[in-house]
Every structure is written in structure tokens, then in C-alpha cells.
Design a protein around this ligand. Structure first.
Ligand SMILES: NC(=O)c1ccc[n+]([C@@H]2O[C@H](COP(=O)([O-])OP(=O)(O)OC[C@H]3O[C@@H](n4cnc5c(N)ncnc54)[C@H](O)[C@@H]3O)[C@@H](O)[C@H]2O)c1
Length: 135
């Protein structure tokens, strides 16, 4: 396998379903090793298995991205398993599909509702800054 992400390690939050699953498979096709970070352990395991069945390398990590400690453990697990981390795709737990004007207060873009998206961003920079590479 060869592609634009050869040798890269990518975490995809919510990688067991929908957009995350499709993205994880795209990363695989481009040569990345993929961490499927899922709140649903069965989905995570299935997602990782799908990647290994296609000849790739994958790790399933069970995590709720709203849990900052859990997110830190997710990042550590990825680095421990693959030796580094290049890409973080914060896919899980964003706003629902549909126009922003229709979003409820529970899915607005302020306050604690941003934590599921902010947590992974805060755990990731130390790795990419140390290596001066990543996204
Ligand atoms: N589908 C769309 O048109 C659309 C549009 C705008 C935004 N989004 C957002 O994009 C993301 C993915 O959408 P989708 O349609 O693929 O959804 P999906 O429900 O098919 O997949 C989301 C995955 O994320 C996992 N997940 C949910 N909460 C989690 C958490 N707290 N921690 C870790 N994993 C978690 C779920 O188990 C699931 O496997 C969602 O955040 C969604 O709100 C989707």
C-alpha cells in the first residue's frame, strides 16, 4: 500500500461509524495506521478489525471525547502502540446534521458543549509540537 499518508499515524474519534469510519478507511487507503477512538467499544473493535482485514494496522481505543482524562489516555495509547502520532481527526460529538440556525442550545458552539471537540485538541499539540509535524 502506498499513498499520501504513508508512515503516518492517525486518530479518528468516532471512527467506528459514518463519517469517521469512511475517513478511517480513506486514511488506510492513503497508507496511514489508524486509531479508532470510540465511545462504543464494539463499534471501535469492528472498525479496527475492518482495517486489519484490509491489510492495514489499527488500534481500537474506547474513549468518551467529553472526558479529558480519557482523551489524554487515548493519545498516550496511540503513541505507545504506534510510537508517534501525526494526525487527529476530531470527528465525534460535533453538531448534528442540518442548518446551524436549527441547532438547539445543547448543540451550540459555546461553553461546556465544546469540550468534546476541545479535549482532543488539547491532548494532541504536545506531540505535534515536539515532533514539529502533524495536523
Ligand atoms: N452526517 C452529517 O450530515 C453531519 C453534518 C454535520 C455534522 N455532523 C457531525 O459529524 C460527526 C459524525 O457524524 P456521523 O453522521 O458520521 O455520525 P455517526 O453517529 O454515524 O457516528 C458518530 C460516531 O461517533 C461515536 N461517538 C459519539 N459520541 C462519542 C464520544 N463522546 N466519544 C467518542 N465517540 C463518540 C459514535 O459511537 C459513532 O460511532 C458527528 O459529530 C455529527 O454530529 C454530521
Amino acid at each position: 500500500m502506498s499513498g499520501r499518508l504513508d508512515g503516518k499515524v492517525a486518530i479518528v474519534t468516532g471512527g467506528g461509524s459514518g463519517i469517521g469510519r469512511a475517513s478511517a478507511l480513506t486514511f488506510l487507503r492513503e497508507g496511514a495506521r489508524v486509531v479508532i477512538a470510540e465511545v462504543d467499544a464494539d463499534r471501535g473493535a469492528r472498525g479496527a478489525q475492518e482495517i486489519t482485514e484490509q491489510g492495514g494496522e489499527a488500534l481500537a481505543v474506547t474513549v468518551d471525547v467529553a472526558d479529558q482524562d480519557g482523551v489524554a489516555a487515548m493519545t498516550d495509547a496511540a503513541v505507545e502502540h504506534f510510537g508517534k502520532l501525526d494526525i487527529l481527526f476530531c470527528n465525534a460529538s460535533g453538531p448534528p446534521a442540518g442548518p446551524f440556525r436549527d441547532h438547539s442550545q445543547n448543540h451550540n458552539h459555546g461553553g461546556d458543549n465544546q469540550r468534546p471537540l476541545q479535549n482532543p485538541f488539547q491532548s494532541h499539540p504536545p506531540y505535534i509540537l515536539r515532533r514539529r509535524s502533524g495536523s
